[in-house]
Each structure stands twice: as C-alpha cells, then as structure tokens.
Design a protein around this ligand. Sequence first.
Ligand SMILES: NC(=O)CC[C@H](N)C(=O)O
Length: 195
Amino acid sequence: MKIGVLALQGAVSEHIRLLTNSGAEAIEIKRADQLAEVDGLILPGGESTAMRRLIDKYQLFKPLREFGESGKPILGTCAGLILMAKTLSGEQDGHLGFIDMVVERNAFGRQRDSFEATLDVKGVAEKLTAVFIRAPLVKEVGPDVDILSEYNGEIVAVKQGSFLACSFHPELTDDARLHQAFIKMVAERSVLEAH
Ligand SMILES: NC(=O)CC[C@H](N)C(=O)O
C-alpha cells in the first residue's frame, strides 16, 4: 500500500513525514502517471488558486478526477478541502467537486489569521490538535456527507464515501491520528480490491 501527496505547492513534506511515521509508504506526486502507483492521495494545504493553476499546467485535472471517481481514497486538508468542494461560495466554479458541500474560503481569516484548537473528530480521534491557517469553512453539506467535526458551531471536517476533508492542518502537529484513520481507509479499500 502506497499513499501519494500532491506535490505542486504547499505543505507536502509534513504529510509525508506523518504518513511515514505512521508506517505507510508515501511518495510525492508531480505527474499524472505517478497516480497509478498509489492507493490513496492527499491534497495538502497551501493556496488553492495557485494549486489549481499548477494542476492545469501539468495536465493533472482529469487524472485527479478519475483517481477520485475510481473510489481510491482522497484526503484534503485546508486548500485541499477547497479543491474537493462542489461549490465555493461567491466564486463561479468549484475545482475537483468530489464532496457535495459549499465552502467559504478564508472564512476564519477575517477574525483570526491562524490559531490552534482541540477538536473531537467523529470516528477519528478525540481531542485532536488542529492548526487553522486562513482556513475555509464548510457552510452547507448535501445528504451524503457525514459531518465529522465542528468548531464553534461551524463544520470543519467531513467525509463522503472515500473522500475525507478537513479545514485545518493535521500535518503541522505531531498528532498523526487523522493520518492513521486515512491510512486505514486506504488499507481497507486495498484489501477489497485484492479480492
Ligand atoms: N492554509 C491553507 O491551506 C489556506 C487555504 C487558502 N486560504 C486558500 O484559499 O487556498
């Protein structure tokens, strides 16, 4: 089992470190053909607009869509969550559109640029350390989306089938429990594939 981290921009090495520390093999994904090597993928935090530009530049849009549609698990953190949303409030189009949700970018930014919080994430971990940096908020979710965590009444982590996303950065802490939960999702799916 191998997990890829989209390595065009943003917090890439931090994800690789937590995956490796948790016993998973992790590689950086820079080209479409590398997607065939991995069973799961992380879309990291960074800047979603810059990431989207690079996705288009390196012709990764369709391959990423196909990867998601194949049922292989994808985890998006912060900008990664933005890339996975079907709808971005106040903007014309979403990006990869994997999760039926409306997301507002930089939603916490107006109050506080960055902060740390302790969150319970359903089915993942209690009292998880979460770092928020110009974080997006999930404003609405469709009927197939499971809300995993809220902070001050706002949705900050969701799951829809094989897609997991959070508006904070679990990779900027030493708390690997969210990565471990994702590794488990990928492992379970790989077992299904093998049979
Ligand atoms: N820390 C982050 O990933 C911030 C996300 C960024 N504000 C965006 O819109 O993409």
